[in-house]
Design a protein around this ligand. Structure first.
Ligand code: NDP
Length: 247
């Protein structure tokens, strides 16, 4: 184990599936207490919980929608009552609703922005109120290189992911004097449910675009998150760490 998060409490949104699950498990393996949140897939959450039974004394699951402000407020009320403090927030929950702009349903625009970007704001807003009192904290947003490059059919997703970076850079300047850093991890193509619906020939085409010629693993992304969350990473602030195989 390279990282040691014993005595630290971590909130991972969308922490029960895909990249978020990998991040939750990496923190658990490094000794942290983890609160993994999810929106609706209770079956996946139970699978995750069962697989991590050995950590039952420091693994907690909460179900709520990061896009709904009142849900987020009651989550933080729970957090405050149950835990003396928490140090790390990973804004990982995210969705895609792909369509070219000319055909994009208003709901598909709103849902993606509301979940990926507004959800990040909802969570970070209340988190910083706690972290500023503690004079220590780490916030990490999981963004995407699509926010930088753009991608046909993903204008809503790209805008939400670029927004997460701009949000992190601004927030990082507001809270830095309290020993709180705010950074982003930007994974390239990672094999999770989020891209499971892509046809095989399209997946192959994407893999060929990656200089390393393969999709990344969840563990490779989780490692970057733990690196940024480490106490020793104190001078990395407002940064975007790309885990893309060189895209
Ligand atoms: P998955 O679809 O595998 O998992 C998404 C997670 O987010 C689930 O736990 C889901 O909960 C949760 N979630 C979704 N919407 C909400 C909401 N409104 N409120 C609370 N939780 C919610 O996604 P990935 O693991 O692939 O992606 C994780 C993050 O990484 C996303 O932000 C994504 O944009 C980003 N990313 C992914 C890449 C990839 O190639 N996979 C590449 C670059 C970035 P539930 O289980 O209940 O549905």
């Amino acid at each position: 184990m390279i990282f040691n998060f014993t005595d630290q409490t971590v909130v991972v949104t969308g922490g029960t599936r895909g990249i978020g699950r990998g991040v939750s498990e990496a923190f658990l393996a490094a000794g942290a207490c983890v609160i993994a949140t999810y929106r609706s897939n209770t079956a996946a959450a139970e699978v995750f919980q069962d697989a991590n039974e050995q950590y039952e004394d420091r693994l907690y699951l909460r179900q709520f929608d990061v896009a709904t402000h009142v849900d987020v407020v009651s989550f933080f009320r729970y957090l405050e009552e149950k835990f003396e403090q928490f140090e790390i927030l990973v804004n990982n929950s995210g969705i895609r609703r792909d369509s070219v702009v000319g055909m994009m349903a208003v709901n598909d625009w709103n849902d993606v922005i509301q979940t990926n970007l507004t959800g990040t704001y909802h969570m970070s807003k209340i988190a910083v109120q706690h972290l500023m009192r503690q004079k220590y904290g780490r916030i990490i947003n999981i963004t995407s290189p699509i926010g930088r490059f753009g991608f046909a059919g993903q204008a809503n997703y790209a805008a939400s992911k670029a927004g997460q970076v701009a949000f992190a850079r601004s927030l990082s300047k507001e809270v830095a004097s309290r020993n709180i850093t705010v950074n982003c991890v930007s994974p390239g193509f990672i094999d999770t449910d989020l891209i499971a619906d892509l046809p095989d020939d399209q997946k192959k085409q994407y893999q060929d675009q990656v200089p390393i010629k393969r999709f990344g693993t969840i563990a490779e992304v989780a490692r970057a998150v733990l690196f940024l969350a480490d106490r020793e990473s104190a001078y990395i602030n407002g940064a975007v760490l790309e885990i893309t195989g060189g895209l």
